[in-house]
Ligand binder design. Structure first.
Ligand code: KG4
Ligand code: ZN
Length: 332
């Protein structure tokens, strides 16, 4: 196979239409994330049909824009990396079919990667990104899980949410508060400054040795607090700070448990919730307390983007069996 110099990443698993070009050192040459948030927010969540139509309408131009931004031509690309799971089927299909078509016409390989592995490997080849083994904590709107990356090219799920993902819980609580979708970033902003211990919410599975999370109880407790205890703007700020505190504690408690259980003290965070101010501070403090080697992606690389897909592709690009058109899209 030809030596890989330039990788094209394509991400259309949900509502962001993202394209990036990186080089073999993982350096970003150009990237774009076309957010569709404004088209979905009035519905209080993602509408799959709207998402896929927007991807279909924009993907080609997004690629042309990215190529222009780094003064490259499509024939300069050596390999295409595309998200094929998990996500919304109709959205994934747009990206995957586009990538397969491009691969055929340019006669270059296409590599299918898992969106979660993209979040985990967003820092691949970057300074401070740990060598394997590491524990990955992914907290986004669709997923919350703990992963062990121990053997080259093999990532194992070691803990997951039993109900809502952390971001999903924040978005649902935000909806009860009348905040726009997705609410995580608004809850983050409203929390500053406020008292994170003003409301004490229960932590599910706290005393159990499981690495799983659960956030549905928090949602119920939040609903009661919203109905009975939020009377003014300061209550609202305290409430938001307390919700964040509770979610951060739950995520980090299990992440720490995973580090201890597997005797792995390299920790990587990812997913949209990893942009949360409280979670980031709390993780840094934890890493200092327990001498963890921590990788916190830049905020813009916590939420969905195509750099993470391209970098995951760089990590996996030596696996020959994945270079085939014989792969399919898969939802959650
Ligand atoms: O990774 P992502 O962009 O998409 C999925 O793969 O789901 O994550 C989106 C989630 C949403 O639930 C959003 O509310 C949450 O990340 N989020 C945040 C923040 N920014 C985005 N949650 C808390 N604090 C933030 N600053
Ligand atoms: Zn994501």
């Amino acid at each position: 196979m030809k030596k890989i110099q330039y990788l094209l990443g394509i991400e259309t698993s949900c509502d962001d239409c993202a394209v990036a070009i990186i080089n073999s050192k993982g350096r970003v040459l150009a990237e774009t994330v076309n957010s569709q948030t404004r088209h979905h927010s009035k519905f209080g969540g993602i509408v799959p049909e709207i998402a896929s139509r927007h991807h279909a309408a924009r993907l080609n131009n997004t690629l042309l824009h990215v190529l222009k931004a780094c003064s490259m031509q499509v024939k300069d690309i050596d390999i295409i990396v595309v998200t094929h799971k998990p996500g919304l089927i109709s959205s994934l299909l747009v990206g995957v079919q586009f990538a397969k078509g491009l691969s055929q016409s340019l006669r270059i390989p296409v590599l299918a990667v898992n969106h979660i592995e993209g979040h985990l490997l967003v820092g691949f080849k970057q300074p401070n990104f740990p060598l394997i083994p590491f524990i990955g904590l992914i907290a986004s709107g669709g997923h919350s899980g703990l992963y062990l990356y121990k053997i080259k090219h093999e990532i194992t799920l070691i803990g997951t949410t039993r109900d809502d993902a952390a971001g999903e819980a924040l978005d649902k609580i935000g909806r009860l508060l009348g905040l726009p979708y997705p609410a995580g970033v608004y809850i983050d902003k409203l929390s500053q400054p406020a008292s994170p211990k003003y409301f004490i919410f229960p932590m599910a599975l706290e005393k159990q040795v499981t690495l799983d999370f659960s956030f549905s109880g928090l949602k119920t407790a939040a609903k009661t607090a919203i109905e009975k205890k939020i009377k003014n703007q300061q209550d609202l700020a305290n409430f938001c700070a307390s919700i964040q505190d509770s979610i951060s504690n739950a995520l980090l408690k299990k992440a720490m448990l995973a580090c201890q259980k597997y005797n792995v003290y390299n920790l990587v965070l990812g997913g949209g919730v990893a942009a949360n101010t409280k979670l980031r501070h709390a993780t840094i403090i934890l890493s200092l307390m327990y001498s963890l080697n921590l990788y916190l992606p830049e905020k813009k690389y916590c939420s969905d983007n195509a750099v993470m897909i391209a970098r995951a592709g760089l990590n996996f690009s030596k696996i020959h069996k994945k270079h085939t058109l014989d792969f399919h899209v898969e939802s959650n």
